[in-house]
Design a protein around this ligand. Structure first.
Ligand SMILES: CC(C)(COP(=O)(O)OP(=O)(O)OC[C@H]1O[C@@H](n2cnc3c(N)ncnc32)[C@H](O)[C@@H]1OP(=O)(O)O)[C@@H](O)C(=O)NCCC(=O)NCCS
Length: 207
């Protein structure tokens, strides 16, 4: 479980698949996100889920309220363990969950987890130029930067649209005014090891 201030993330379960399919098939969400899929079925989704469980480079989590209500989906995709970066995205499935600060908290929580627990240094993402909610949450609220524009990268509703390439570095996150609310707390106690409990290595302590 990954816990933020307004939301938490948990592993996906078999029982979540119908809800994920409903979000995948929602035309309003499809319009706002860059990925494309043909209409999805629950059975195909379950097959995908069985394969995806053991994928160490792509991890998806259910975003839920602190009371356990499912709100959306986030994760780390294309994790590059050598260069320590990953793609991320967020979709809050229920329209009633949007505009209440859950998205901002989910992005901050995701950054804290990626930078302080997984050990990543950079996260990147993609935003359609008419997705004002996403731009405000990632860029204006959470300190992401626009690094470029992929021209006519996405075809939606009969038109090509540019796509903003956005990213954040660990150092950007550390400079965020709200970072202290997401930083892991220092341990309250550290152990004092007595000399008699230590291994003495040959030559150690010799003048
Ligand atoms: C985009 C999204 C993640 C933002 O999360 P959220 O919880 O709705 O956003 P927050 O409540 O944290 O608000 C962040 C800011 O965005 C604004 N905002 C949120 N949704 C908005 C919308 N549809 N239109 C305009 N502004 C919006 C909020 O008013 C707030 O602005 P402020 O800083 O000026 O007060 C969420 O709305 C969502 O999942 N939307 C559908 C799918 C999607 O677009 N995913 C992102 C793909 S890249």
């Amino acid at each position: 479980m990954i816990v933020g201030n307004k939301v938490r993330f948990r592993a996906l379960e078999d029982d979540d698949q119908p809800l994920l399919v409903a979000w995948l098939n929602d035309p309003e969400i499809s319009r706002l996100v860059g990925g494309f899929s043909f209409p999805a079925s629950v059975s195909a989704q379950r097959e995908w889920f069985a394969r995806a469980k053991s994928d160490s480079k792509n991890q998806r989590w259910m975003v839920e309220s602190l009371e356990g209500e499912p709100l959306g989906l986030t994760g780390l995709w294309q994790i590059d363990w050598q260069n320590r970066h990953a793609l991320t995205a967020l979709k809050l499935g229920a329209p009633s969950a949007r505009g209440k600060g859950y998205g901002t908290d989910a992005i901050m929580t995701l950054m804290a987890y990626a930078f302080f627990q997984v050990g990543l240094n950079r996260l990147w993402g993609e935003i359609l130029p008419y997705n004002l909610g996403s731009y405000k949450a990632y860029v204006e609220r959470c300190g992401w930067r626009v690094e470029g524009v992929s021209r006519q990268h996405i075809y939606r509703e009969g038109q090509f649209h540019d796509q903003l390439r956005v990213a954040v570095l660990k150092e950007d996150f550390l400079a965020h005014p709200e970072v202290a609310r997401y930083t892991p707390k220092a341990p309250e106690h550290t152990i004092s090891v007595l000399p008699e409990h230590r291994v003495t290595w040959p030559g150690e302590g010799a003048p």
